[in-house]
Design a protein. Sequence first.
Length: 288
Amino acid sequence: MIWANLAAELTEITEELRRSNVQVRGRKRGVGSGVIWSSDGVIITNDHVVSRRGNTEVELADGRVLMATITARNSQRDLVALKVDATDLPAAQIGDSENLRVGELVLAVGNPLGLMGAVTTGIIHSVGTTEFSRRNWIQADIKLAPGNSGGPLANVQGQVIGINTMIVNGRGFAVPSNVVQQFLSNYPARPYLGVTLQPVLVAFNSRPGFGLLITEVVAGSPAEVAKLQVGDVLTGVRGIPFHKPNELFRILENSHVGDGLTLNFQRDHRQMVADVVLCSRVSSAEAA
């Protein structure tokens, strides 16, 4: 009886996820997936699913095909927000990706190889940065295929906690739902410093720590205005040293345009401070 009830609940959850899953036709070859993020027609998918030129079509689970326009885009996080002219759509329940635990059961819904609303299951492998990316990812031992990109990764409560994005060494990588929420709330004004950085080891207050070596300063950026230079090593924020190489990027992701940021840095073995006022990103370059 317990197993029968569990199976019935999973079936119901799966059907709800399938209703909020869409097929995205944004390129001449192949299709991707998307998630109805809100009932007023906002759909989230991957940047690589949608062409920068031409039209984008979205097919809903009920068979309707609608034209979509791009309202927000972040190629670095491989995210796109689409808008369709429709209301009362079956929006997904959005979960809190911060609550994910390793080993947790998850479901993926998508359109692999054009098969609409296919479902697969797996478990969370890890959450956080990776050896090849300083950005946060959800890694899951789950079977994905071309066409799953942009589709939902959900927990067993049916809440979307990630957007499936790529496959690396047979493991699925998804953008956390909290990152998607932040992308929607901050776009287009995303704060940045205007520097290219390289992690290094430094001594901070006679203790070893992480530093970020500035290898490039963008002209006219907040970093240049604050007189930061190539060769400076950022060591902390507001007197608190970095304990991980990606801490500055997390701080920026939780900041807003116009915020002030006090940066601790080293120049010629001297400890210095720079007060920076964050502004919006002026290009899509991979910089902080």
